[in-house]
Design a protein around this ligand. Structure first.
Ligand SMILES: C[S@@+](CC[C@H](N)C(=O)[O-])C[C@H]1O[C@@H](n2cnc3c(N)ncnc32)[C@H](O)[C@@H]1O
Length: 302
């Protein structure tokens, strides 16, 4: 195989990946391209411009190893150790969730509510690789972002990402949700918490098989963590502060209900690029005549 051209590898191994993982042909080809780029240390343009090139012995051995792991289903992001999110390149490891494109909606919504200049405090709960916190902080360098995770290993990765991306306005700390944040208040709290029900069939499929279960599962209905966060975030929000939560494709209505029960107003859900209600939020009511009767709650998909 070491003498095969890049072009031949793309065709042959693209087909193998298609068959082994049920990927469509474009996805399979892109995966092979990514593995080749990684071992050859070249960009995509170079790879496509030199289809006749072949791998040297060392590159061939590393490529074979990566291809075999990919054929067994390991996520391409873990094999490369990187994933692009909101235009930034994040290190990822099996200790972190692989940031998803749909989570960029949460970042967009958060940025809409953050003034260009500080002071403004944001809390990112369950930061993982730091994708949400660091993306927000990179666009709003004048604000303060606090990012917590229960996983020490995930925080190590987030710390490395903040260094690699040269982002200095994110404070990372280990905390079981709000337990390490006593007395702290924020203008905006964001979270992409675990929201898959224990036993959900999707956990045994695709990338999810390789991701940490602490990043994925949340009780028998998938809502245990969202329930906890909705109930406790209020004590950590400044008056007029927002809570924004990503949730499962079929959870928007129940999340709006939880926010309503917890006493938020201006409750809304926003759609991701696939048209799915993916992120819901609400504002901490200012003290008012209507503050106890749930008035002001709305549903407005965007
Ligand atoms: C769905 S992942 C989200 C990761 C990252 N924010 C993203 O969007 O890519 C959920 C994260 O919550 C963290 N987590 C789970 N339980 C937690 C807890 N009790 N306190 C703090 N973080 C927790 C997990 O370690 C994981 O990093």
């Amino acid at each position: 195989m070491s003498s095969s051209s890049v072009q031949a590898l793309l065709i042959c191994h693209g087909k193998q990946l298609q068959n082994a993982l049920g990927l469509d042909s474009d996805r399979a080809r892109i995966d092979v391209q990514c593995l080749l780029q990684s071992v050859m240390q070249v960009d995509r343009a170079h790879l496509l411009a030199h289809p006749e090139r072949s791998l040297d012995e060392d590159q061939h051995s590393r490529y074979t190893d990566l291809l075999e792991r990919r054929l067994r289903g390991e996520p391409i992001a873990y094999l490369l150790g990187l994933r692009e999110f909101y235009g930034l390149s994040f290190k990822v490891t099996p200790a972190t969730l692989i940031p998803r494109p749909e989570t960029e909606l949460l970042v967009e919504l958060a940025l809409q509510g953050i003034p260009p200049d500080g002071p403004f405090r944001v809390l990112d709960l369950g930061t993982g690789s730091g994708a949400i916190a660091l993306s927000i902080a990179s666009v709003r360098p004048a604000i303060e972002v606090v990012a917590v995770d229960v996983s020490k290993d995930a925080l190590e990765v987030a710390r490395e990402n903040s260094k690699r991306l040269n982002i200095s306005n994110v404070k990372l700390m280990q905390s079981d949700w709000f337990s390490g944040l006593i007395g702290e208040r924020f203008d905006l709290i964001v979270a992409n918490p675990p929201y898959v029900a224990v036993g959900d069939i999707h956990l045994s499929q695709g990338d999810l098989r390789f991701e940490p279960s602490t990043a994925l599962t949340s009780g028998t209905d998938g809502l245990e963590d969202i329930r906890h966060i909705s109930a406790h975030a209020k004590a950590h929000l400044n008056p007029g502060g927002w809570l924004l939560l990503e949730h499962g494709y079929d959870q928007a209505e129940r999340v709006r209900e939880l926010l309503n029960q917890a006493g938020y107003s201006g409750i809304f859900s926003a759609h991701d690029l696939s048209g799915i209600e993916r992120t819901s939020g609400g504002i901490l009511k200012m003290r008012s005549v209507n503050s106890e009767n749930g008035e002001g709650n709305t549903k407005s998909g965007s």
